[in-house]
Design a protein around this ligand. Structure first.
Ligand code: SF4
Ligand code: SF4
Length: 227
């Protein structure tokens, strides 16, 4: 008989939290998360595509970030239903920084695109990290997803030409150019990224205008505060 508990991922899938990876904390590189004392595992939860936004919209979630609010509420309900005897802590969303892309790389989810948003062959860039949970669970650790970086085979690189700020024209991504362009009055990149939209990979999963506006309004606010 397996020593592992079955991972009840279908209940998260139904809420649009449809990407999951389980790590044994003992197998993670040092320093990737802070204090983990008392926990055995780290559960990385993400979303791919449009289903999460549809679920958030239907739920009537609000607050400063309705996606975060919905995600935390969903995870608390999920743990209460499926792991009522296991202790857990939600590290992200939360106040302390978490190395999300490093965890995404270990999960096999993350490859760097020219505009520094993660990409994979199935979802394109239309996915994101939604939660990092520490728990004393006994789920089977997830094997890393094994997909190549689609950018490696992309000859024409339409994302680079689509960027009105020429933020990738020098062969690397210039956050300064991108930020300056986005801060302009009536910028076409205030609530979207034209480079991201131009990428053909995973385009069936592309966010709707409202989800794009939600995502990019948060990053625009960060840019206005810090650049
Ligand atoms: S357009 Fe090509 S190079 Fe740009 S992100 Fe998409 S796959 Fe990568
Ligand atoms: S947000 Fe606009 S300026 Fe920034 S990388 Fe995307 S297309 Fe370029």
């Amino acid at each position: 008989m397996s020593e592992f508990q079955p991972f009840p991922g279908a209940a998260l899938d139904r809420c649009g939290l449809n990407r999951h990876a389980v790590f044994d904390l003992a197998d993670l590189p040092d320093g990737i998360v802070g204090d983990t004392i008392g926990y055995r595992q780290l559960i990385l939860i993400g979303h791919g595509g449009k289903a999460l936004w549809e679920a958030v919209t239907k739920s009537g979630s609000g607050g400063a970030d309705p996606i975060d609010e919905f995600t935390v509420r969903t995870i608390r309900q999920w743990m209460a239903e499926f792991q009522p005897d296991n202790r857990y802590a939600i590290l992200y969303p939360g106040p302390q920084p978490v190395a999300l892309q490093q965890l995404g790389t270990l999960a096999g989810w993350h490859h760097a695109s020219p505009f520094m948003v993660g990409i994979d062959a199935e979802w394109g860039t239309w996915y994101a990290y939604r939660a990092v949970v520490l728990a004393d669970t006994h789920f089977a650790p997830s094997p890393a997803v094994d997909r190549i970086n689609p950018c490696a085979a992309c000859q024409t690189r339409p994302c680079i030409a689509a960027c009105p700020a020429a933020a990738m024209a020098d062969g690397t991504f210039s956050l300064q150019k991108c930020a300056a362009w986005r801060k302009q009055a009536d910028s076409p990149c205030a609530f979207t990224c034209l480079a991201r939209v131009a990428c053909p990979v995973g385009s069936d999963h592309r966010y709707c205008t409202a989800q794009l506006a939600h995502t990019y309004s948060i990053s625009l606010q960060t840019i206005k505060e810090h650049y």
